[in-house]
Design a protein around this ligand. Structure first.
Ligand code: EPZ
Length: 434
């Protein structure tokens, strides 16, 4: 295991990516453990004082940020190569650092487990971000239903509950984070909790499986109704989280967009069904072998209509990457983003390459054009950055992408993986003044 496997690039370290488009991608790409399963499972390790070992962790920027949040409240979080062992023994539930929680909103997932285990938690208010205001009202309403007193002030939220009790909770929206926070809190509450209109994402199911692996009792994961019987305490375990369906989907889209032949794995292909259906509709050929998926395309995709929805609908995290493939499709695609209010940050940058995209409220009309040219681009958020890379791979000429550190939040060694299947892509310091 080389050091580079555990290296976590810091923000701004290598700000630029340069891509020369026109090469069809051909080959196999390794899929990492899911970022959006790893983060809640790391938070859920707070539910027990015994060691929890997570092998095969991708050292993504967001994963390292949460590790640092855990360490700052007294958690032992030792890395050994790609493995992370978390030991939540002597914890200070008041010490979560504002600068880290504000940087990565998933840090807020420590609130539920801290409150459930210690009866108190003081967590900085997570900021909004480029894709939306990202409120936490559903988290707060649910924790109050479980018996928490909630006070906010000075940019922090303080939760207190001598003992949480079971409750019937209905989520106005199947929020992934709210479902996860409430699932963790309920797992140590007195009695039964029912969470209705719960999120059904595979990452929520993985968290439920982890909670059951440390002694919890969660039923109905993957359905809109979760039933949780609170326990008095939990024990340690070793747990391998599921593969990252969004990373895998991003590379399948890149393969289709460049007219290539790309195989991604290991993956649970069931988790990618909405994307596989859309890529087939667009004219790509998909081979689904269950634990790996292969896409082949001649590069001339057909326009399709796409509406992002909570799982099992089309994932909002693949809306921008898929748009980057549709800007060269034949015809006009109608894309509707129903999950976040501002998730078209990639559009102005794609227009700089010649893309023809009209935004009308939450709908984007994407009319394909054959004349996509490379340009200087700026990344605004994780998935928009991935979209810019995909567009640059299928454009004529060279593109450079600044603020490329956004990619490191959720894609492990992206440019190396793409280069391994024929992309002309590299990180450089080419924007730095001589
Ligand atoms: C998770 O974010 C993911 N992040 C996101 O992935 C993903 O886009 C999102 O779920 C939707 O699938 C992680 O798992 C770490 P939500 P989360 O709560 O939990 C509204 C990526 O690129 N809402 O399901 O924050 C909210 O404003 C990231 O990997 C409330 O109104 O998403 C949004 O419009 C980006 N009140 C919608 O629900 C609340 O209390 C979905 O948010 C909570 C959410």
């Amino acid at each position: 295991m080389s050091d580079r496997d555990t290296e976590v690039r810091q923000v701004g370290q290598l700000p630029e990516i340069v891509v020369r488009g026109g090469q069809p991608l051909r080959g196999e790409i390794q899929v990492e453990a899911s970022k959006n399963a790893t983060l809640p499972v790391m938070a859920a390790a707070l539910l027990t004082a015994e060691p929890v070992t997570l092998p095969g962790i991708p050292w993504l920027h967001d994963v390292d940020t949460l590790r640092r949040v855990l360490v700052s409240i007294g958690v032992g979080a030792e890395r050994d190569g790609r493995s992370l062992t978390i030991e939540a023994r002597d914890i200070d539930p008041f010490a979560a650092p504002e600068h880290l929680v504000r940087r990565m909103r998933a840090s807020f997932l420590i609130a539920g487990p801290l409150l459930a285990r210690f009866g108190v938690a003081r967590v900085p208010l997570p900021g909004g971000c480029a894709i939306g205001s990202r409120p936490i009202d559903l988290h707060l309403k649910g924790l109050q239903a479980l018996g928490a007193d909630v006070e906010s002030g000075n940019g922090y939220i303080e939760f207190r509950a001598p003992r949480l009790h079971g409750a019937n909770i209905y989520l106005d929206f199947p929020s992934v984070g709210a479902t996860e926070n409430l699932l963790m809190a309920a797992s140590l509450a007195d009695g039964w909790t029912v969470i209705e209109n719960a999120a059904q994402e595979p990452e929520v199911v993985d968290l439920a499986n982890f909670i059951n692996a440390i002694g919890g009792e969660v039923r109905g994961a993957g359905t809109p109704e979760l039933r949780v019987r609170g326990q008095s305490h939990m024990h340690g375990t070793t747990y391998q989280v599921i593969p990252d369906r969004i990373e895998a989907g991003t590379y399948l889209i890149a393969g289709a967009a460049t007219g290539g032949d790309v195989t991604v794995g290991p993956i649970v292909s069931e988790h990618l069904k909405p994307l596989l259906a859309k890529l087939r509709e667009a004219g790509a050929v998909l081979e689904d072998a269950g634990d790996y998926v292969r896409v082949t395309s001649d590069g001339s995709l057909q326009a399709i209509d796409v509406k992002t929805m909570p799982y099992p609908g089309f994932p909002t995290d693949l809306q921008a990457p898929l748009m980057a493939a549709l800007i060269r499709a034949k015809g006009t695609s109608v894309m509707t983003e129903t999950v976040f209010e501002n998730r078209y940050m990639q559009v102005p940058e794609l227009r700089r390459m010649g893309a023809d995209i009209k935004i009308e409220g939450r709908t984007a009309l994407v009319t394909g054009t054959s004349r996509l040219t490379g340009a200087s681009l700026r990344a605004s958020d994780l998935r928009a950055a991935a979209a810019l890379v995909i567009a640059a791979l299928s454009a004529e000429g060279a593109s450079d992408i600044s603020d490329a550190y956004h990619l490191d939040r959720g894609y492990y060694r992206l440019e190396e993986k793409l280069a391994s299947v024929g992309a002309e892509i590299e990180r450089c310091r080419c924007s730095e003044e001589p």
